[in-house]
Design a protein around this ligand. Structure first.
Ligand SMILES: [Zn+2]
Ligand SMILES: [Zn+2]
Ligand SMILES: [Zn+2]
Ligand SMILES: [Zn+2]
Ligand SMILES: [Zn+2]
Ligand SMILES: [Zn+2]
Length: 335
């Protein structure tokens, strides 16, 4: 590039500044269409295919029509000739007739295009979507080109994407489940005009559960009801204000994600963490339990109270509030 420019510079006549010398962009201006744009505002500016005339493909056809050169293909609606603007001067055919000729077909009349705003429906029964190509909607056209080309009803996978959602009496419509819900059911978000997410909290949780653990929010709530809303092992409610964790077998799915088949029960964060840290080893946990019991016995701890070092009042308090077993032991020591 630099080398070329240096060479061009050396060939320039003396006395020419860089600005006055015909540059590459001048050449680009010469090769764009100079006719009025189809929208009626400004020049066309598309690439000129006819350089001396400086016309684009579309305006070249218009230019030839002004000179009486139009398509000689068969016309529709009783007309003898097609008379549309030609695509190439030599073939004397419009773009549709030229495509027919290129495909080796016999030239036939071109069907009239719809007036603006009127769309031909897809020719698949009960499809109802506007036709894009070959009389089919985009989905059915894709079906006809893939596989063996058999057409089946097209499935609308996602709900229609909308930028606004209905609001009625202070209720907002969830974009996923389409229910009308109070504002509190939507999480705050600075990314939206109304500072609320476009889907409800339950739908957000459902999305997370499906993606991470392969279960639905319905299954989660069913499990939660079965467990009475507490951890399946320690029977304590979750203390950090969050939902109970979904525990899964890490031998099946070693990461934080689950395939859905290995989901076990809902555990509190502590229990879930312990199981994960113990790497699913029942042997290790049994070993540790035995170790804790062994040392409690050696040091004299029973149910959270050290019977060897506790004061008399502590023992008395514990006797009233502690489990029956401790109370009996204490009484046994006092006698
Ligand atoms: Zn043009
Ligand atoms: Zn034609
Ligand atoms: Zn269709
Ligand atoms: Zn929802
Ligand atoms: Zn799994
Ligand atoms: Zn627990």
């Amino acid at each position: 590039m630099d080398e070329l420019e240096a060479k061009a510079g050396s060939q320039r006549p003396k006395g020419y500044s860089d600005l006055s010398y015909p540059a590459r962009n001048m050449r680009a201006m010469e090769t764009t269409c100079i006719r009025l744009a189809r929208s009626g505002e400004g020049v066309c500016g598309r690439r000129a295919v006819k350089v001396p005339e400086r016309l684009c493909r579309y305006h070249f056809g218009e230019y030839l029509a002004e000179q009486g050169i139009t398509c000689v293909g068969p016309g529709s609606d009783g007309e003898e000739l097609c008379r549309r603007n030609v695509y190439t001067r030599r073939s004397r055919l419009c773009v549709s007739h030229r495509n027919q000729k290129a495909a080796g077909e016999e030239l036939r009349p071109i069907r009239h295009t719809n007036p603006p705003g009127v769309k031909t429906p897809c020719r698949f029964p009960d499809c109802g979507r506007p036709a894009k190509a070959h009389g089919l909607c985009s989905a059915h056209d894709a079906q006809s080109r893939s596989g063996d080309g058999t057409l089946k009803p097209c499935v609308v996978r996602r709900p229609e994407r909308r930028s606004t959602f209905y609001r009625v009496d202070g209720l907002k419509e969830c974009g996923m489940c389409l229910r009308l819900l109070p504002e509190e059911e939507f999480q705050d978000s600075k990314h939206f005009k109304d500072a609320k997410m476009w889907h409800c909290r339950r739908c957000a949780a459902d999305f997370h559960l499906r993606r991470t653990f392969g279960i639905t929010i319905d299954r989660y709530e069913e499990m939660l009801a079965e467990q009475g809303g507490v951890c399946a092992r320690c029977k304590q409610p979750e203390t950090n204000g969050k939902r109970l964790s979904v525990d899964h077998n890490r031998k099946c799915c070693p990461t934080y994600k689950s395939c859905g088949r290995c989901v076990r029960r809902l555990l509190c964060h502590r229990c879930n963490w312990i199981v994960g840290r113990a790497e699913e080893s029942a042997e290790l946990l049994r070993n540790l339990a035995a170790y804790i019991e062994e040392w409690d016995e050696k040091l004299g701890w029973v149910d959270g109270v050290n019977l060897k070092t506790a004061s008399a009042t502590e023992l008395a308090n514990h006797a009233q509030t502690g489990p029956q077993a401790v109370w009996l032991k204490v009484r046994g020591r006092q006698e």
